[in-house]
Design a protein around this ligand. Structure first.
Ligand code: AMP
Length: 198
């Protein structure tokens, strides 16, 4: 059976990683979740040479190169222990979107079921990121949760967004979720949607 893939996109601070991990936790027998940012940060923590390269991008809020991120998500999907896979944080560029599309055309063992956009205003995103930065414990701060890097990450998110929205709307795959409600309501909504598709 082909693996069912759900992509979750959203601005930094949209809550996409928290939402997806809560859903996967609730349905761990059927759904697994990977965050591109977490997978990349895990590679950085390993201290590998690849990790050092990755950190040089993350700390600036820049996107890591295409081959690195494509390899990261493909191996996550291939190694997923269950059939339904949520990946948050991909695609983040038109180039990434096209690369995945080509890949999916070649692979019949992965079916893209939906692209879920967790939508929040820039102000809400900023308040959440700066809140996260000020609440982080010593040694646990993210290298990219600062106001300067926030604007860079926001711009990188926003620039390709309309093209990404159009591409997946045309394929009838885009699902927008209002990310400004309480965590509980957002998770319930998203969970219901995903469950209806698996
Ligand atoms: P996040 O945890 O989703 O905010 O991601 C943190 C950082 O990881 C981003 O600012 C990028 O530097 C890198 N990153 C995450 N996802 C991607 C991706 N799809 N493509 C390139 N870089 C990424």
């Amino acid at each position: 059976m082909a693996k069912k893939l759900f992509l979750i996109i959203g601005a930094p601070g949209s809550g996409k990683t928290t939402d997806a991990s809560l859903i996967a936790k609730k349905r761990s027998d059927s759904i697994v979740h990977y965050s591109t940012g977490d997978m990349l940060r895990a590679e950085v923590s390993s201290g590998s040479e690849l990790g050092q390269t990755i950190e040089s991008y993350i700390s600036r809020g820049a996107l890591v190169p295409l081959e690195i991120i494509v390899d990261t998500i493909v191996s996550a999907i291939d190694n997923a222990p269950v059939n339904n896979v949520l990946i948050d944080g991909y695609p983040r560029s038109v180039e990434q979107m096209r690369a995945l599309d080509e890949l999916l055309n070649q692979k019949d063992d992965i079916e893209l079921v939906s692209v879920i956009e967790v939508r929040v205003s820039e102000q809400v995103a900023k308040d959440r990121i700066l809140g996260r930065a000020s609440e982080a414990k010593e040694g646990e701060q993210r290298s990219d949760d600062s106001i300067e890097v926030f604007y860079n990450r926001m711009k990188i998110y926003t620039d390709p967004l309309s093209e990404i929205q159009k591409f997946y709307t045309d394929k009838n795959l885009l699902q927008v979720i209002d990310g400004e409600r309480t965590l509980e309501v957002i998770v319930e909504d998203m969970d219901k949607f995903i469950h209806s598709k698996i």
